[in-house]
Design a protein around this ligand. Structure first.
Ligand code: TPP
Ligand code: MG
Length: 771
């Protein structure tokens, strides 16, 4: 490939590299040693992980990045990103002075909490890497649908710690990426061969390259800088010797410095090293051997300039963890902090005057300043936070699908089909995706209508051959369903990327992902990651519970409602009836497009149940708030059945049977334990601030006698509902599922797990016995 001539001022970039190294180290030092500590806790920070990356980040941000490029920064290099924005004028000194303090610059780059534009939050290693791949896919999707113009397209960059390469989610992502021919990715590995605990295993050397290459990536290894490379060309035995050293030996030598290099070379190369050693004093030796690719500005700039096509590229940039700092190369340096004496020495070596530590261009001579300032002025990265894109699409009224008996899963498919047939803005902005369970979660009819998204046309071979099939799926540029392989982590990363489309690209999509409820746990951290950065989507989990009957076994789910109860940014709804589902989906779409909204998790079932007659529409409001009285209790009633989702027929039947014997018996339909709980705690917090308002759950339960008993019933962990007793002090008999794995008919399973009418009757009777 032709190299572009170097147009950048390499010296100015080197100065910026040093500024980043100083400012990131100083920001961390200030938080730990200068700022007053209120609690005596170590504040922490990662000076070594920052120093390892400053050359790479200087080359990237001040030379290579274009205005549309988006970057996920290795979490522990967060302070370098802040330093970059500080130099560009888009980060305040106050935020740096309160690094890791409330309201200050965050420890790890955060989309939602940092003042600077952060394209992707990072923290849980590996996920920030893979999400860039799905963001690139979403960019392709938006381009294909005419929502992103050619000149607005960008590249997606991930800055990766080498130990992140152990995260399996990275490989799941590149396999999926290869299937979709994903492009415009640069993943840059800070290959310092150290993790948190130790130096990394030598055996993986060159294996990572092979894995990426086989997924269609170009791999560019930047092992040596210009100077070291030239020296090794001249002294071949030295090169051979150097390359057989283990990661641990190399790190130790970098830590020990010039005299140690000399001693080792003398001992192991003898005469063959003599001429080389004569030419270099100890200081020169130490400096030469640290001239690795990731610390050599020219090498980096050339490599970035040479990779201007759209082939996904992995750069493996060799570095030293803690480069330029006193603990460079030490295996324990991950959380290492310089002491004040060491920091002062670094400050002096960088020409920074005491008391002037925060001055952005401190220590840069007049001659160099012009070049540095020019680079800062020319930097193409976005300096201010972009506005988020909300309230873009009108959400129409979603009618209840007709049918006296239906399951919530079937109703979900019908609602999407009707939306598709009806056309309109919302239907056009929906993008669906599923990890190989499109058919079994009932998305098939939608896909028949809207097609698969493919970068190039893909005919439906079976349809062409006139082979009968309910699924008529062809693929093309305007398809609206993205097929994924069975890797649930990818589903959530896809939802994260699609759910940020409004923020990243200015066009809000309405992403819907489907999977089986138990397999949420497979991608839980990725789901948490999506919610953490406020991606907006609708997650539909079906089938769920033990209600899937004979399928049973490891497909049963118990605890997802508890997961949802503890997951910020995700609202759980669990409908029993199709009309509830319709209002919940309408609400979920509204929440995706609302600045104060969130994502929604719908827990659905394949159990077909008789729908209820509604006298009025009053239930709608309650269903959206988390619950409503499906059968009103008498005022001051002594008992109520509280049920959620697919087991509602058992609750209704028991209510019918018991209502004569238990005067005023009520039946509370819970549609969201999550919302009821949130309302409860929020109401309490409001009261502490002097505002009197009873939460929805308190209003519902206050209809009962204070001494009333509740029988709670869910096809889920009983703790999903049993906490309701704590709201007003009611006694509770919790029914639910605590073990899974049994196959059987629904009746057998409900009897075995005590979710049936007998169990409810016995529980009510026990609660009514005099204490
Ligand atoms: C999923 C996850 N597991 C564990 C951690 C804790 N952790 C933070 S950094 C780190 C090691 C990082 O090493 P590397 O990626 O090589 O980064 P660098 O050497 O550049 O600091 C670990 C284990 C984490 N942040 N996320
Ligand atoms: Mg490392």
């Amino acid at each position: 490939m032709m190299l572009k001539p170097l147009t950048t001022d390499i010296d100015a970039l080197r100065i910026l590299d040093e500024r980043l190294r100083w400012l990131s180290a100083w920001t961390i030092h200030h938080a730990n040693h200068v700022r007053e500590s209120q609690d005596g806790l170590k504040v922490g920070g990662h000076q070594a992980s920052c120093a390892s990356m400053t050359t790479i980040m200087a080359a990237l941000y001040f030379h290579a990045l274009g205005p549309n490029d988006r970057v996920a920064v290795k979490p522990h290099a967060g302070p370098v990103l802040h330093a970059i924005h500080y130099l560009l004028g888009s980060q305040s000194r106050e935020a740096l002075e309160s690094f890791r303090a409330l309201g200050g610059a965050q420890s790890y780059p955060s989309r939602t909490k940092d003042e600077i534009p952060v394209d992707f939050s990072t923290g849980s290693v590996g996920l920030g890497v893979a999400v860039t791949l799905f963001a690139s896919l979403i960019q392709d999707y938006l381009s294909a649908h005419g929502w992103v113009d050619e000149q607005d397209r960008g590249r997606f960059v991930a800055l990766i710690g080498d130990a992140e390469l152990d995260e399996g989610n990275i490989y799941e992502a590149i396999i999926e990426g290869a299937k979709h021919d994903v492009r415009n990715l640069w993943w840059i590995v800070d290959y310092n061969r150290q993790s948190l605990d130790a130096t990394s295993a030598d055996r993986m050397f060159e294996r990572f390259d092979e894995i990426f290459r086989s997924c269609g990536w170009r791999v560019v290894e930047l092992r040596y800088g210009k100077k070291l490379s030239a020296a090794l060309e001249r002294y071949k035995p030295l090169k051979e010797w150097l390359e057989q050293l283990s990661n641990a030996e190399l790190s130790a030598l970098h830590y020990q410095g010039g005299a140690a290099w000399r001693a080792r070379i003398t001992a192991e190369l003898g005469k063959k090293g003599g001429a080389f050693l004569k030419e270099h004093d100890d200081a020169a030796l130490a400096s030469l051997f640290t001239d690795l690719g990731g610390h050599c500005m020219e090498t980096l700039v050339e490599a970035f300039d040479a990779a201007q096509d759209d082939v996904p590229t992995l750069f493996i940039a060799w570095t030293i963890k803690g480069f330029g700092l006193p603990f460079a190369g030490h295996k324990d340096n991950h959380a290492g902090l310089m002491n004040p004496t060491q920091l002062a020495a670094l400050r002096e070596s960088m020409g920074v005057r005491e008391g002037h530590e925060w001055e952005p261009l401190e220590g840069i001579g007049d001659n160099a300043r012009t070049g540095v300032q020019a680079l800062l002025d020319r930097s193409q990265i976005v300096r201010e936070k972009r506005d988020r894109s909300f309230r873009t699409t009108a959400v129409p009224e979603i009618p209840r699908p007709s049918g006296e008996e239906q399951s919530t899963q079937a109703a979900f498919g019908r609602i999407l089909l009707d939306l598709s047939k009806g056309g309109g803005d919302l239907a056009g902005k929906i993008v669906t995706t599923s990890p190989d369970v499109t058919v079994s979660t009932n998305l098939g009819a939608w896909v028949n209508q809207r097609g698969l998204f493919r970068r190039s046309e893909m005919p439906d071979v079976f349809a062409k051959a006139k082979i009968a099939s309910a699924q008529k799926w062809s693929g093309g540029n305007n398809g609206q369903h993205v097929e994924l392989g069975i890797a649930e982590s990818n589903l959530f990363l896809m939802l994260a990327a699609a759910g940020l489309s409004g923020d990243l690209f200015g066009t809000r999509l309405f992403p819907i992902g489907t999977l089986y409820d138990p397999f949420i746990a497979r991608g839980l951290d990725a789901l948490n990651y999506a919610c953490y950065q406020d991606a907006r989507f609708l997650l539909v989990a079906t089938p769920s519970g033990i209600t899937l009957g004979p399928e049973g076994g490891a497909h049963q789910s118990i605890n997802p409602p508890l997961i949802a109860l503890g997951q910020p940014g995700l609202r759980h709804y669990e409908p029993a009836f199709a009309d509830e589902l319709a209002v919940m989906m309408q609400e979920a779409f509204r929440l995706i497009d609302d600045p104060g909204g969130e994502s929604t998790y719908l827990r659905l079932s394949t159990r077909s149940i008789r729908q209820v007659e509604r006298g009025d529409q009053a239930w709608r409001d309650g269903a959206l708030k988390g619950g409503y009285w499906l059968r009103e209790p008498g005022y001051g009633a002594e008992a109520a059945i509280v049920a959620m989702g697919a087991v509602m027929p058992e609750a209704l039947a028991a209510w019918e049977e018991l209502r004569e014997d238990v005067p005023g018996l009520g039946l509370l339909s819970v549609t969201s334990p999550d919302l009821l709980h949130r309302g409860w705690t929020a109401g309490q917090a409001n009261r502490w601030q002097g505002q009197r308002s009873a939460s929805h759950v308190e209003q519902l339960l206050s209809r009962l006698s204070p001494s009333a008993g509740l029988v709670t019933l869910a096809d889920a962990a009983p703790a999903s509902l049993s906490w309701l007793g704590g709201v007003l002090g009611h006694r509770v008999a919790p029914l639910g599922v605590e073990k899974f794995g049994q196959t059987g008919s629904l009746a057998d399973l409900y009897a075995t797990y005590r979710l049936d009418g007998d169990a409810i009757t016995e529980a009510v009777a026990e609660l009514l016995l005099p204490a």
